[in-house]
Design a protein around this ligand. Structure first.
Ligand code: NAD
Ligand code: APR
Length: 242
């Protein structure tokens, strides 16, 4: 594993344009559950009951409680050291952008600037009928839209919905121009976000705590925790830089 981290450090130094692609596994060390590992959300609740447009219409109280609980857990969530490594690499010009499936906003909180949020942002609450922006507090209190009385919803992409066009286009362009893509903390089970890592014409790296079949398509696979591996690579880079 040490020599794999050293190889990744070398690839980071020699690459011209590096892009990160992250998933829920990037936030478990910030105490936010992922979806498909053993403590994941979808082990406790069927996503079709809360993460689809029908869920919003069929059982709004369940829908609202699910997302209100996730918003509450965000209050205590802080980006772990791995997030700060990625943002420090961006400010040193070693990383161009981060495309993320996460809706927790932790990349921006850690100082990353070029962040493409493919599945939206939990706290960007809006009316499900007239699209009017609304406050997270109103959503969590179950208050309807002030303009049209419609049901409020979080700004996340539900299963079957289309992804935000600008974020998708920007992420795709960044990955297509990259010569190194580092995919971290994602099972790569959800379409179309899972197509992004395949669009890079350069080297590809998969960092995950569990092996996933999709890893076979990557040039380098590191099994382990995102925060630990990112700090290990950062230490190696600092030793080389001296
Ligand atoms: P899908 O029906 O293929 O389900 C997507 C994933 O959800 C599956 O790969 C599976 O891993 C998981 N899943 C579904 N039912 C499950 C269950 N009962 N238990 C555990 N896991 C279960 O949905 P899809 O339409 O192919 O997903 C892609 C679409 O959904 C895209 O349009 C995308 O924009 C959107 N999307 C939604 C979310 C969300 O938070 N709800 C996140 C990413 C993408
Ligand atoms: N370090 C590295 N990998 C981790 C860590 C960690 N600390 N913790 C968990 N993982 C791994 C898990 O083993 C799992 O394979 O991260 C992966 C997370 O995969 P998912 O739970 O499927 O999350 P993600 O791939 O982001 O899901 C995609 O599905 O429901 C939607 O909206 C949801 O955007 C999400 C999408």
């Amino acid at each position: 594993a040490e020599q794999k981290a050293a190889l990744l450090a070398n690839w980071l130094l020699t690459a011209e344009r590096t892009v990160f692609f992250t998933g829920a596994g990037m936030s478990t060390e910030s105490n936010l559950p992922d979806f498909r590992s053993k403590e994941g959300w979808w082990r406790r609740i069927d996503p079709r009951t809360v993460a689809t447009p029908d869920a919003l219409n069929d059982d709004y109280p369940l829908f609202k409680d699910f997302y209100a609980a996730r918003m509450k857990s965000l209050e205590a969530a802080v980006p772990h050291a791995g997030y700060h490594v990625i943002s420090s690499w961006e400010s040193r010009g070693m990383v161009q952008a981060v495309a993320t499936q996460n809706v927790d906003g932790l990349h921006r909180k850690a100082g990353s600037r070029n962040v493409y949020e493919l599945h939206g942002r939990l706290q960007a609450v809006r009316c499900s009928r007239c699209d009017e922006q609304a406050s997270e507090q109103d959503f969590r209190r179950g208050i309807p839209c002030q303009i049209c009385g419609g049901k409020l919803r979080p700004g996340v992409v539900l299963f079957g919905e289309i992804l935000p066009e600008k974020d998708w286009d920007d992420a795709l362009a960044a990955v297509q121009q990259s010569d190194l893509i580092i995919t971290i903390g994602t099972s790569l089970e959800v379409y179309p976000a899972n197509q992004i890592p395949l669009m890079s014409s350069g080297r590809s790296v998969y960092i995950n705590s569990e092996y996933s079949g999709a890893a076979a398509d990557f040039d380098l696979v590191l099994e382990g925790r995102a925060g630990e591996i990112l700090q290990q690579v950062d230490r190696l880079l600092k030793s080389v830089k001296k």
